[in-house]
Design a protein around this ligand. Structure first.
Ligand SMILES: [Zn+2]
Length: 142
C-alpha cells in the first residue's frame, strides 16, 4: 500500500476501474479544502484495473454510499502517515431515497411524498428491489 502524500486521511482502494469519478462526485469530494487525488486505471494484480482515491484529511465518509456504488472498495484510514485501519465496504441493506423506482404504477410514482426505499436481497449477486412493487435494479446507477 502506497500512502505517499497522505498524512491523515483515507485511501479508497480497489475501486472498479472507471468508477473513481462517480465516487468523487457522490462523496462531494470537490467541496473539500484538502488535497484529493483520483488515480485512474491503475494496474492491480487482483482485479485487473482499478481506480484509487486519496483524501488528505479526516472527513465523515458516507460508507453506505460507497458500498452502494461499488462493492469492491477497501477503505484505508491513515493517521500520522501510518495505516491504522483497513476495511472492506459491504453494500448497505437498505437504501432510502438514493435509488428511484422507475415503475410508473408504483406508489412512489403515483403518490407524492413517499420515500423511495430499496432493499438488498440475499446472496452474492443480489439486487436492490423496491419495497413497494418489487421492481429490481440490476444495474447500479446513480
Ligand atoms: Zn416501486
Amino acid at each position: 500500500m502506497n500512502v505517499d502524500g497522505i498524512n491523515s486521511g483515507f485511501v479508497l482502494d480497489h475501486i472498479t476501474a472507471g468508477k473513481g469519478m462517480e465516487i468523487y462526485k457522490a462523496l462531494e469530494l470537490d467541496k473539500l479544502d484538502c488535497s484529493v487525488a483520483v488515480i485512474q486505471n491503475v494496474k492491480s494484480t487482483k482485479y485487473g484495473r482499478k481506480d484509487i482515491i486519496k483524501i488528505d484529511c479526516m472527513i465523515d465518509l458516507n460508507f453506505d454510499n460507497l458500498g452502494y456504488i461499488d462493492r469492491n472498495i477497501t477503505v484505508n484510514t491513515i493517521k500520522d502517515g501510518k495505516l491504522i485501519d483497513k476495511r472492506h465496504i459491504s453494500p448497505p441493506k437498505v437504501l432510502v431515497n438514493i435509488l428511484r423506482c422507475k415503475n410508473p404504477r408504483c406508489i412512489t410514482s403515483t403518490e407524492r411524498g413517499v420515500d423511495h426505499i430499496f432493499k438488498l436481497g440475499e446472496g452474492k449477486d443480489s439486487v436492490y428491489r423496491c419495497v413497494y412493487c418489487e421492481s429490481d435494479h440490476k444495474e447500479i446507477t446513480l
